[in-house]
Design a protein around this ligand. Structure first.
Ligand code: ZN
Length: 313
């Protein structure tokens, strides 16, 4: 497959598809590559860049003061909501599995860095044996497509997505069932899924993709959203996709409505279920949008505070 180099990328950066929200270009995490051992598996977090989200879009029911109050309770100061885009690469049982594929270079200029950072990590796209999608939102799916030649960048990989997720976005007229602000994104997602066509193998929550890597139902943020549980010889990590997005609010107030969620009640239930599981079973978390490199654990909030808290590291 053609290599997607910096020159081609910068040419494409101006082509500008619809972004979900105004974006602020910021310096991303210095290296963009973070590797660690998880029992018998090797995990590498690859940065696809960053994304900014206005408060009014993600927390439409809450005032700035109310959000700032929760940040204060957590010992933090509310600034701009700048989120990372942390793509996970798991080497397990002879397979090299990418979890989500970033936004691609035609979504927003400060994203779409996955291909360059994979090269920095010494990983050829052809070496990847599976791409597992937590869901089909642009920042998770669009990066799979070669922007110049079409088709997938990962030519030797099986592409795996829940049937519920794929079928939802392939529905004729799906754009009329989503908020106006994301209609362009829905059309773009459908186009890319059609482009992948039969390359996508459909699965369902609960399925084991390979021994030690299985899908957990976290539907709500999107219709067929799943998280990926890695159990590598007893060491466990949940690659949470967008089940838990923001490092303060998603944990301290899991029941607050999050604007971009597809089904609010399902998303709240999924957050609570996931938080309960992470605490009860002492499972580490890798969050797609949590502070670089997205790793940490969850604890119940201290006495006097509500909900949970995310402890990075
Ligand atoms: Zn996302």
């Amino acid at each position: 497959m053609p290599n997607i180099g910096i020159d081609r990328r910068s040419v494409l950066a101006g082509s500008g598809a619809l972004a979900l929200a105004p974006s602020i270009a910021r310096a991303q995490a210095a290296s963009g590559v973070h590797s660690f051992k998880l029992g018998t598996a090797d995990v590498t977090v690859i940065s696809d860049g960053t994304m900014a989200m206005p408060l009014a879009w993600v927390l439409p029911d809450r005032t700035h003061d109310a959000v700032a109050g929760v940040f204060k309770e957590a010992g933090k100061t509310l600034g701009a909501f700048e989120l990372q885009v942390n793509v996970a690469l798991v080497r397990i049982g002879g397979e090299l599995i990418l979890i989500d594929a970033g936004a691609g270079s035609d979504f927003a200029p400060q994203r779409g860095k996955l291909a360059d950072n994979l090269a920095k990590a010494g990983v050829q796209p052809d070496a990847i044996t599976k791409v597992v999608f937590t869901h089909a939102h642009p920042d998770h799916l669009w990066g799979v497509i070669d922007p110049l030649d079409g088709g997938t960048i990962f030519s030797k990989a099986r592409h795996v997505m829940t049937a519920i997720e794929r079928d939802y976005w392939l529905k004729p007229g799906v754009e009329s069932s989503v908020p106006e602000a994301v209609r362009g994104a829905a059309v773009g997602t459908q186009r890319r899924l059609k482009e992948l066509g039969a390359r996508i193998e459909t699965v369902k929550a609960g399925d084991e993709i390979v021994p030690g890597l299985s899908l957990i139902d976290t539907a709500g943020h999107s219709p067929g959203h799943v998280s990926v549980l890695v159990n590598a010889g007893g060491s466990r990590l949940l690659i949470g996709g967008d089940a838990l997005i923001e490092p303060v609010i998603s944990f301290a107030r899991p029941d607050w409505r999050w604007g971009p969620d597809w089904d609010q009640d399902m998303a709240v239930a999924a957050r609570k279920r996931t938080l309960d599981m992470l605490v009860a079973d002492k499972i580490a978390l890798l969050g797609y949008h949590l502070p670089w490199p997205g790793l940490g654990r969850v604890e119940r909030a201290a006495a006097g505070a509500t909900g949970y808290r995310f402890i990075a590291g």
